[in-house]
Design a protein around this ligand. Structure first.
Ligand code: CP
Ligand code: NVA
Length: 307
């Protein structure tokens, strides 16, 4: 057990170089998975889920198995955590049993607290504010299409949510320009935008926010969107449906940049944030993107947990 394990909570933890190394490892693991079957021999990852999941849950579970380890699925409401045991005590106890903890929950503070008291690496599998594991897979997918990240232009159209935050930081870290196109009142958090802009400045990446949809995709290499109503915001869904009118990624918007690929973290709502034609069209890379969750996270698990 380490006193200072490396955690992965926001994408801020890795430098440009470290991210590059991780993505190279992810590509190798995708190409020759058999070479990595013992990397996490007999190690165990606890996975705490307070929210639904298909991709995160399955890719981490399968990923641990493929690396020679095991994943334990723990639903937050079935742990003593759900009956009031402090997250700090949970962290200390789990650290005595497992070699890594992955958590998907609501408040980002909860993950920070878990990490603070854990002596094993903690991985953020999505909070209301960040979704860094998704961005690792996104970067791998973009690399596969363009063979580089630096200097590319990504345009994210939609809610300034957890995905927008992690994409801005991921782009800034890797020297990719990133434009967030969102309605008034749905901008990314100012402090995270400032951080991404500072970080982007160091790596030659321009990080910007606009409310103007028309013309926003011109010159884009990657067009990205996410749901208008995230998990935990269901009560606002009617208002959001209204507020996001005009922010759909459809054929007309994609026509502004014929070279652009389309990405979506999934699950998708065809007819809302994306038209069915774009989602299932030739320029969509969403299934490769979903597959890459497995490879990118295996590289992450190996980087954080291998002895
Ligand atoms: N993209 C993503 O995190 O999917 P799940 O919610 O299915 O895990
Ligand atoms: N913004 C979405 C991402 C799902 C992977 C949500 O938080 O529900």
């Amino acid at each position: 057990m380490s006193k200072n394990p490396k955690h992965f909570l926001t994408m801020e933890e890795f430098s440009y170089k470290e991210l590059g190394r991780l993505l190279v490892l992810a590509a190798k693991m995708k190409k020759t998975p058999a070479k990595y079957q013992k990397v996490l021999n007999e190690q165990c990852l606890a996975m705490i889920f307070d929210k639904s999941s298909t991709r995160t849950r399955v890719s981490f579970d399968v990923g641990m198995t493929q690396l020679g380890g095991k994943a334990l699925l723990l639903r937050g409401d079935e742990l003593q955590l759900g009956r009031g045991e402090p997250i700090s005590d949970t962290a200390k106890v789990l650290s005595r049993y497992v070699q890594g903890i992955m958590i998907r929950t609501f408040a980002h503070k909860m993950v920070e607290e878990l990490a603070e008291h854990s002596s094993v690496p903690v991985i953020n599998g999505l909070t209301d504010t960040h979704h860094p594991c998704q961005v690792l897979a996104d970067l791998q997918t973009i690399l596969e299409s363009f063979k580089k990240l630096k200097g590319l232009q990504m345009v994210y159209v939609g809610d300034g949510n957890n995905m927008a935050h992690s994409l801005m930081i991921g782009a800034a870290k890797t020297g990719m320009h990133c434009k967030i196109v969102c309605p008034a009142g749905y901008q990314p958090q100012t402090s995270l935008l400032s951080f991404a802009q500072r970080e982007g400045g160091k790596n030659g990446a321009r990080i910007e926010v606009t409310q103007k949809v028309q013309g926003s995709v011109k010159g884009a290499d990657v067009v990205y969107t996410d749901v208008w109503t995230s998990m935990g915001q269901e009560a606002e869904s009617k208002k959001r449906l209204n507020d996001f009118q005009g922010f759909q990624v459809n054929e007309e918007l994609m026509a502004e940049s014929p070279k652009a690929i389309f990405l979506h973290c999934l699950p998708a709502h065809r007819g809302e944030e994306v038209s069915a034609g774009v989602m299932d069209g030739k320029r969509s890379r969403v299934w490769d993107q979903a597959e890459n969750r497995l490879h990118a996270q295996k590289a992450l698990l190996a980087t954080l947990m291998a002895k």
